[in-house]
Design a binder for this molecule. Sequence first.
Ligand code: ATP
Ligand code: MG
Length: 328
Amino acid sequence: MRRSRILSGMRPTGRLHLGNYAGALSNWVSLQEKYECFFMIADWHALTDRTDTKQIKQNIRDVLIDWLCAGLDPEKSCIFVQSHIPEHAELHLILSMITPLGWLERCPTYKEKLASGEENNYGLLGYPVLMTSDILIYKADRVPVGEDQLAHLEICREIARRFNFLYGKVFPEPQPLLSKATKILGLDGRKMSKSYDNYIALSDEPKLIEKKVRRMFTDPEKVYAGDPGHPEKCNVYTYHEVFGKPLGEDVEKIFEECKSGKLGCVPCKKKLSSVLIEVLSPFRKKRRELERDAGELEKILQEGREKARQVASATLREVKDAMQMSFS
Ligand code: ATP
Ligand code: MG
């Protein structure tokens, strides 16, 4: 029996940040040990909210480097670029024919995007169908998702069920692999995001990390150094817990000393800077090596492309056979 298969992806919309790492990537690194993993750089998905494509190639390279720095291993996982595998698009077209519009219009992320003023294009509405074909073309059994992606995965399962009902069983119904939600807030207190410019990138240099940490919002009730703080509400403290604790930092002490007023925000942030600099130092070192090795990056994507394509074309053949639409 084959190992359970996983598919997940990220959009090449910029360099990856601490949120991407804590919320997804660090989990992917451990999933590689247990599952057969397909990790996709989702360049077509990046087009749903932008028309400027000048940066995409560079962003693909940056995402790949960040993934490798974080520990994704091309020997263990298939790492590829979505648009290198045209079968995703062909399956997307077929699945679009059996997807009722109502399922897509009801989707919460679609409604949110419209409410935020995003252009209502066909691709934005169809995003969950493309995501479905990304998953089903590899017959993935599990999809690591956060709570906010559950609705998309439900659509995926419904489409799989519908296809199997109409044409015979081709697809498994993929199950969510819910990761414990580590939502990292950015420097300004909103969700850390590539698009908000409130992030600390995995590739940031020490000086820049220090500068960004100095800018972080803290407990607004702690005005003077000696004031008692509220670490349970302070984003800086959360970072100590998420990033410092695994390094052996005494976070209970930070908590107590902040609460009592003994620890001011300036030294607390200095501690945090040195934690983050230490956490990210192996990333920077690896990045410098990889940046010099364009051939290696090319090779990884080429091998990923060949492996992904084999699986994807076999699935597409099964789909066409089931539909009695294979022509040799
Ligand atoms: P964009 O602004 O282009 O949407 P993003 O920073 O939100 O970029 P995505 O590519 O949308 O990043 O997300 C990649 C992965 O990282 C997803 O699995 C997402 O859940 C996770 N992720 C993104 N931001 C955070 C965050 N602040 N905290 C935890 N996880 C996050
Ligand atoms: Mg996002």
